[in-house]
Design a protein around this ligand. Structure first.
Ligand SMILES: NC(=O)c1ccc[n+]([C@@H]2O[C@H](COP(=O)([O-])OP(=O)(O)OC[C@H]3O[C@@H](n4cnc5c(N)ncnc54)[C@H](OP(=O)(O)O)[C@@H]3O)[C@@H](O)[C@H]2O)c1
Length: 245
């Protein structure tokens, strides 16, 4: 894998899976723009990425104005992403009949609408350069369902359906759009689960462990590479065998 000359945008790169993806692409010579919702987060990303070729920027994917501002700033600096990794995501769990409308909307806006806002805005550059990669981070929950995650599961399944449409629309333009669906990965998002829940999960994972952020980052890096040019519209599951399709 060598991404020399390519620019990658990784949303939600301040920690967890996004941070690992940013590091992996950077270590393979991409110029990486990593984002966070906060100025502090963006500065932290910047201090990590800039010595090796990259930068940190502020972005709230659920906010159209924030997406437009990012594009404006990138264009001013003549930075045009060839690889977009839509990784930013949130959970707001509760049983569906108790779920607040605002929790439904927050998750759909951040996880699903954000992918639409960015894809639509960055594809024109990919069309011009006749090459592009969009990799959307979904979840095993989008395929399996999970009690208490109606909003999250719907958002992730929605991204996969959206990605299949984009894959068909741009297949002849050198652009591929794929999803990577992690199972349960050891990050801040899963740290809130109690020991009983973790034990119950482990009993369903043939590998007998939670995933590592790099398990996901390596798969993203492969799908972003030229070696994956004939892979389009798929969802690659990374879950230690928890779900096999
Ligand atoms: N961990 C798992 O087990 C697991 C499993 C399946 C799928 N996933 C998916 O993998 C992705 C990363 O998960 P993670 O576990 O690494 O999560 P995490 O540790 O909670 O990190 C989430 C990242 O998303 C960013 N973010 C959240 N809302 C955002 C918004 N509205 N706009 C822009 N950035 C936003 C956060 O940035 P700031 O807070 O700095 O703004 C942070 O960098 C998510 O899409 C998640 O659904 C995770």
């Amino acid at each position: 894998m060598n991404f020399r000359g390519k620019v990658a945008l990784v949303t939600g790169a301040s920690r967890g899976i996004g941070k690992a993806i940013a590091r992996e692409l950077l270590s393979n010579n991409a110029f990486v723009v990593g984002t966070s919702r906060s100025i502090e987060g963006a500065e932290e990303i910047n201090s990590e990425l800039s010595p090796c070729g990259g930068c940190g920027m502020v972005l709230d994917v659920s906010n159209v104005n924030s997406c437009d501002l990012l594009i404006k700033k990138l264009s001013e600096e003549k930075i045009f992403p060839d690889i977009i990794v839509n990784n930013a995501g949130i959970t707001r769990d509760s049983l569906s009949i108790r779920m607040k409308d605002s929790d439904w909307n927050d998750v759909i806006n951040a996880n699903l609408s954000g992918v639409f806002y960015l894809s639509k805005r960055f594809i024109p550059h990919m069309l011009k350069s006749k090459w592009g990669r969009i990799i959307n981070i979904t979840s095993v929950v989008g395929s399996l369902g999970n009690i208490g995650q109606a909003n999250y599961a719907a958002s992730k399944a929605g991204i996969e359906a959206f990605s299949r449409v984009l894959a068909k629309e741009f297949a002849r333009k050198g652009i591929t759009i794929n999803c990577v669906a992690p199972g349960f990965i050891d990050t801040d998002m899963t740290k809130s689960l109690n020991t009983n829940k973790i034990d119950a999960l482990l009993s369903q994972i043939p590998s007998g462990r939670l995933g590592h952020v790099d398990d996901v980052a390596y798969a993203v890096s492969f799908l972003a590479s030229s070696r994956a040019e004939y892979i389009n519209g798929i969802t690659l599951h990374i879950n230690g065998g928890m779900y096999m399709n």
